[in-house]
Write a protein of this length. Structure first.
Length: 420
């Protein structure tokens, strides 16, 4: 069995490395999208005002709406320019490297919960997903990085029993973008279910790592952070999901509510429901975290093409078939859209703009496949037996070795096939 796991892991790594080479080739030979222009503006702001003072920098065409960790990330990007790496390459190379970690983590988590064959297929599909190839290798943003850190956090906490490292990874994920905050309640509740020691180590690591880069910024730039980061509501271009349906319906009251104050209700639902499932069924914590990410992507009233990276890997813990469809349809959508934005092949600089009516319709199919994954995953979790609360869990090398072994494929795989 272990030899089979090693061979399958090697296949996934080969696919991940091949995809990485392709992404790096894209990153080094192209400019990217409008987001790269904003990142270059942010890099200039950090050089002029520092990683904290950037919140007060008078940008003309960009809005700095990122958490404080990004200021230090941009400093690293700036340092690498002295060794000949352009910022537009570094930003996309880091995202591409993050995808390699995502591939390995998805393989490991699916192998523990489904069949080894399904885990191998999931790892290879994630590695070769056109969504991640385009977003990480060409688009240029940090969404693949925080997605990787979120999945790594649940893997370290649930499958490797490393709560300290898991807490640090989660703090870094929220430090990259606010989005994965919807997964934090799941992880905190799971850690609490696993004992006070696990909870204390996870929560302390998360708090300490967060304090390192959040506290100085909050002390010096609280109004700007509250306005530009915590209060940022995205762009309502009416191109995705419920926002698109609302636009087609003539912007009725429910659509205006979801675009306005209803956004907080969406965040709460995407955090509370998976957290409840994590409490009742802690054995499905990985599925709960992935449900939080995927549901937030499905319900968000704002949209950017880079958002599709949130679900490209996470949906494989919810429904394999829906995940394959989502990655294929999402990739086809991005290929068409970016080809139009780039005025055809070869791509170099994609000037992002609104979707065409046809792209809106196709995007609704992508959204529907994502919704299917969310529904199938939620149904499977609600139907799974609840775990009786326990005060303690085994710890130490023996327990970690046991957790790391894949579960037998028979029961888990048949259950998935029956529902999704």
């Amino acid at each position: 069995m272990r030899n089979d796991v090693r061979r399958c892991r090697a296949l996934v790594l080969v696919a991940a490395v091949l995809a990485l080479l392709g992404k790096l080739a894209l990153a080094i030979t192209t400019y990217g999208t409008n987001d790269i222009t904003h990142w270059l503006d942010f890099l200039h702001g950090v050089r002029q005002s520092g990683p904290i003072g950037i919140y007060s920098y008078p940008f003309t065409n960009s809005l700095y709406n990122h958490p404080p960790l990004i200021g230090y990330y941009l400093e690293m990007v700036g340092v690498l320019t002295h060794v000949g790496l352009t910022p537009q390459f570094t930003i996309r190379a880091v995202a591409s490297l993050a995808d390699v970690v995502t591939d390995v983590v998805v393989f490991a988590m699916v192998a523990r919960r489904r069949s080894l064959r399904e885990a191998t297929a999931a790892g290879i599909i994630v590695a070769l997903s056109p969504i991640l190839i385009i977003i990480s290798g060409f688009h240029g943003n940090t969404d693949p990085i925080f997605t990787m850190l979120t999945l790594l956090s649940v893997y370290l906490l649930a499958d490797r029993q490393r709560p300290t490292l898991a807490g640090g990874a989660m703090a870094l994920a929220v430090g990259i973008k606010i989005v994965p905050v919807v997964a934090v309640p799941c992880l905190l509740i799971y850690a609490l279910r696993r004992g006070r020691s696990v909870f204390a180590r996870f929560a302390a690591a998360c708090a300490v790592v967060s304090a390192v880069f959040w506290l100085p910024a909050l002390i010096e730039q609280l109004p700007a952070i509250r306005r530009n980061v915590l209060g940022y509501s995205g762009v309502n271009a009416h191109e995705w999901g419920i926002d698109l349906l609302g636009a087609w319906a003539g912007h009725p009251a429910w659509a205006r509510f979801m675009e306005g104050s209803g956004r907080l209700l969406i965040v709460a639902a995407c955090a509370i429901v998976p957290a409840y499932l994590a409490w009742r069924r802690p054995q499905m914590i990985a599925e709960a975290v992935c449900l939080a990410l995927a549901a937030f992507l499905a319900l968000t009233p704002t949209f950017g093409t880079q958002y599709l990276a949130w679900g490209a890997a996470a949906v494989f813990l919810l429904s394999f078939r829906s995940a394959v469809i989502f990655n294929v349809l999402g990739g086809l959508l991005l290929i068409h859209v970016y080809n139009r934005w780039s005025s055809g092949l070869p791509w170099y600089h994609a000037h992002a703009g609104p979707f065409t009516p046809g792209e809106n319709v196709f995007g609704l199919l992508v959204w529907a496949s994502l919704c299917c994954a969310v529904v199938f995953g939620a149904v499977r979790m609600f139907q799974a037996p609840s775990e009786v609360p326990t005060a303690r869990q085994p710890s130490g090398p023996a327990a970690r070795a046991e957790v790391a072994q894949p579960v037998p494929a028979s029961a888990a795989h048949s259950e998935v096939r029956a529902i999704s």
